[in-house]
Design a protein around this ligand. Structure first.
Ligand SMILES: Nc1ncnc2c1ncn2[C@@H]1O[C@H](COP(=O)(O)OP(=O)(O)OP(=O)(O)O)[C@@H](O)[C@H]1O
Length: 347
């Protein structure tokens, strides 16, 4: 287990810069997620930690050692890819043993001990003799994970390792990853575009946007205190509505383009043009009462809940509600929200 330090990392492909100076300190034993939309540079950054991609500028340190110029096999890392690439002609146990053989770690008996332990960690101790094609997709993914952890690398790099799994298996594997991390305490860098996965697995989330770090923090901080409009929208898909922040009779209020007012937290300091971030799950809808009104455009049935798509001051607004609430298309509904849950982002 080791710390990882990235200092001012830049990467250009054919003169186009895709990573614009990333600096990041990852503590020994930390589980960190690189979260961001497709194309923001997550995989490129991970590959540079692995040594599979050169850096255009900056430094990579692992365990307080500069590895920027070292090839992957000298970095003491293991990487698991989205396509887990098992060798079809080798048994499960031989697949897991492969990195030990490549790196000449231990003799045959020691290698087999390690393989057994790794397969037991992913609960596949009984399937070592099978060939990969005789396993389900989820089991194959576990074999790939066993192969990644078998050499107890200093750093474990995971590139969207769960993205090929169906929803149920994915949840099971998430729990398994959490348990494996608790047991082995490997420094782990996990790439994902799935915010829920990042929130549920990580000690810390690094949100990337177009080759830069947009925000980093614990899942709680990232979810509850998004620092920018991008972060609010990306995590928890908040509604973003422009407004003017003014002093009302009882404290600050947001005034929307159509003149409607929404009370803000008494502590809110911003005044003037801003964007209001309203989480779908924080909005309460009612047929009567005081507060800004939104017009229902459509209702999406989600089983236990409904999603209402509405219009507020000319902007789309979505809310999640319990499904015993029914509003008709075209109806005006009153919005209420705990002022402490409203985020004001200065324009
Ligand atoms: N080998 C390459 N040659 C040229 N451009 C590349 C190369 N690899 C990546 N890029 C570009 O660099 C940018 C970042 O790509 P990267 O794969 O790191 O993004 P990502 O966030 O991992 O996306 P995804 O979630 O879709 O995998 C993209 O614009 C991509 O087109």
């Amino acid at each position: 287990m080791a710390n990882v330090r990235l200092t001012n990392i830049r990467k250009s492909f054919n003169k186009t810069e895709v990573l614009h100076g990333i600096s990041l300190d990852i503590a020994s034993g930390e589980f960190i997620s690189l979260l961001g939309a497709s194309g923001c540079g997550k995989t490129t950054l991970l590959r540079m930690v692995a040594g599979l991609e050169t850096v255009s500028a900056g430094n990579v340190e692992i365990d307080n050692r500069d590895v920027t110029e070292l090839p992957p096999e000298q970095r003491d890392i293991a990487m698991m890819f989205q396509s887990y690439a098992l060798l079809p002609h080798l048994s499960v146990a031989e697949n897991v043993r492969f990195p030990l053989r490549m790196r000449g770690i231990g003799n045959r008996d020691e290698q087999q001990e390690k393989v057994k332990a790794a397969l037991e960690t992913v609960q596949l101790g009984h399937l070592g003799e099978r060939k990969p094609r005789q396993l389900s997709g989820g089991q194959q993914q576990r074999v790939a994970l066993a192969r990644a952890i078998v050499s107890t690398p200093k750093v474990l790099l995971l590139d969207e390792p769960l993205s090929n799994l169906d929803a149920r298996l994915r949840e099971d594997m998430q729990v398994e990853l959490i348990e494996i991390h608790q047991r082995l305490k490997l420094t782990t860098i996990f790439v994902t575009h799935d915010q829920e996965e990042a929130l549920s697995l990580s000690d810390r989330i690094v949100l990337l946007n177009a080759g830069k770090i947009e925000q980093q923090g614990t899942p709680d901080e990232i979810y509850n205190q998004p620092a920018t409009g991008f972060a609010s929208n990306f995590i928890g898909s908040a509604n973003l509505v422009p407004a003017e922040i003014i002093d009302g009779a009882n404290g600050p209020v947001a005034k929307f383009a159509d003149g409607q007012l929404l009370s803000l937290d008494a502590q809110e300091k911003t005044r003037g043009a801003a964007t209001i971030a309203l989480r779908q799950e924080d909005l309460t809808l009612s047929a009567k009462g005081s507060g800004p009104k939104a017009r229902v455009r459509t209702r999406v049935f989600l089983g236990a809940r409904n999603r209402y798509v509405m219009t507020l001051a000319g902007h789309p607004l979505r809310a999640l509600t319990a499904n015993d609430l029914e509003f008709a298309d075209g109806q005006d509904v009153v919005l209420s929200i705990d002022p402490a849950r409203i985020r004001v982002i200065r324009d």
